[in-house]
Design a protein around this ligand. Sequence first.
Ligand code: UD1
Ligand code: UDP
Length: 370
Amino acid sequence: MKRKILFIFGTRPEAIKMAPVVKALQRDDEMEPVVCVTAQHREMLDQVLNLFQIVPEYDLNIMKPGQTLSQITAKAIMGLEEVIKEVQPEWVLVHGDTTTTFVGALAAFYQQVKVGHVEAGLRSGNIYSPYPEEMNRILTSRIAHIHFAPTEGNRRNLLQEGIDQNKIFITGNTVIDALLQVVRADYRFEEGILNHIDYTNKKVILLTAHRRENWGRPMENIFEAVREIVCSYPDTELIFPVHLNPKVQDLAHRILGEHERIHLIQPLDYEPFANLMAKAYLILTDSGGIQEEAPALGKPVLVLRTETERPEAVQAGTVKMAGIEKERIIALTKELLQDHAKYKEMANAVNPYGDGKAAQRILHIMRQMK
Ligand code: UD1
Ligand code: UDP
């Protein structure tokens, strides 16, 4: 009898980072991976499932436009109870810090199924930022039986919360496994506009923004800062694949629409997005995953947040905290556009997040965990 391992995930970043683990378990003779997506995201999740050719056995299809955290929580937990009862897995694996992550762990606990947490131990120290992710991480750590920590710092965070050291394994981050599969020097975009941009003579700024704690005033500050920068520097082009959240879409089009060097486009598939990061001059983002990927590509990142749970990238020098105030975002971006030495200081390929073999390590550990 093969060992049934139930994967539960629901959003774009969870899918990108779980895909290498699903694939590793699919190749193993002992394992029977079963995939359940809550589909907390829909189009943005499907883009990743298609790329990695993962066909979920269960799809709860819970996404509704603009739904609240309580609605996601309630719909996911009801659906997951049924799936876990039917599959009767030996383990449930969840990833990271979304509402699907926490609810997946809770649903497994209710059925007394053991939980493995991939990307465990990240902490910002502020339960309202990122919100609700910091609390989702803490609660998932309380429930999990084993913790796959990307870095030594993540392991230390878990030890400080009293988690048994024998249950924590440092694996690296599976995002590097995924990234290395898709970035190629000779990559050509299918999206017309991306092929027409001159990456050599123009300074291409790539922007992403979606965090809940940035909705409203902080996001307005960010977009106004970016518009001012593009207006002041004729040699810049801004590309912003806008998150499908209506709150982000509305504000982005209101503040950043109608400018010939600002390109507001649909969320990109992971393959073009990763290759766009590799070709960009500079990245401005409030994303978690991008703070892990960009250092591996040697791209400077300004983080549009007041804190980070990814201090390794800051220590390595590729990532700087730009905050959510207009003047500071403008000042730090200008510095990187004008001061070549400052740019060079940040544009070093460093990789504090692993060697691309994290999924293989997770498989190896799961094989011992009978
Ligand atoms: C969620 C996660 C966040 C993660 C982010 C990655 C929670 C609470 N938040 O935030 O941790 O960083 O995903 O992107 O778990 N939408 C679509 N199509 C899609 C995806 C989203 O239309 O494919 C729209 C819908 O209107 C949806 C809204 O975006 O209601 C917000 O989605 P939601 O999952 O609630 O939050 P995110 O901000 O995406
Ligand atoms: N990403 C993508 N297409 C896009 C924007 C981002 O594939 O248009 C990828 C990015 O490379 C990273 C992940 O999505 O791997 C990050 O997702 P997001 O910023 O939505 O979530 P977070 O990492 O902040 O949880």
